[in-house]
Design a protein around this ligand. Sequence first.
Ligand SMILES: [Zn+2]
Length: 319
Amino acid sequence: MFNVGIDLGGTKIAAGLVDSDGNILIKRSIPTARGRHYSQIVRDMADLALEVISKGGASLEDVESIGVGSPGAADSKTGTVIYYSGLNFKDVPLAVELQKHITLPVYLENDADCAALAESIAGAARGTESSLTVTFGTGVGCGIVLNGSLYGGFNHAAGEAGHMVICCGGERCSCGRNGCWEAYASGTALASQARRAAQASPASLMNSLAAGRISGIDGTTAFEAARKGDETAVKVINNYIRYVSEGLINLINLLRPEAVVIGGGVSQQGDFFLEPLKELVYSGVYGGENLPRTRILAAELGNDAGIIGAAMLKRQALP
Ligand SMILES: [Zn+2]
């Protein structure tokens, strides 16, 4: 049997036909074309689901469910997107609307939760019962799997790990507080840390890598220059790893998962990023070497995690 996973985003909708082991047999994506009424967006999602089913050589009878990962707050019990500002979604009855077009069970979850579920079942944390998947991108997202189940909190809004304060009175955050982890550890924050440092040190390799354009410097530039031994970039990366570690230590102290999966651009930096990060985390976490270690792993499923996790939501549903 197969399941269809749909990853709904602010700019594109991606769907895939997924087998029971979490392999995507075929996937397709289309622009979301925001600004439309939700019924039109859901119709496109239904068409895309039917397309991957037929192009994947399956029929409706071979498909158990359609799972949808949505940004924002999603109520998995009612299949409703409670709120997502990017598409002006408020109390959108997504499951009911989708079933107007396809007569299959529909499951809905937040997209970061879908990614965490995928990594916990078919990705880096497979075989674990409890894991966190933390994604460092525009912000810092976190999906929580505890005892084999997604944890969303009573109102489906849990996991906002990016808005834990790691520096009281520190950098302003988009949420209104100061010193949030996200303001230091997101990909966006790393890019601005790198730009500031490059501006202050004109001789830094980061400037030449970006052909002298400060706006062309991002996190990848800083990592590339640091790998080549550029002193300024090494400092930026060391500080950044320290920021990432502070939040991870908080999360591990609180939840003690078996594994923390690191997603986002930094996960592609491999051991250059992960090894010093592990050293800081393991030396700072409560109990030190006296307690079994939480494994820290790079995400394995990349952009496909959303589709795979959505397709696996059926396993989370209570009978
Ligand atoms: Zn914040």
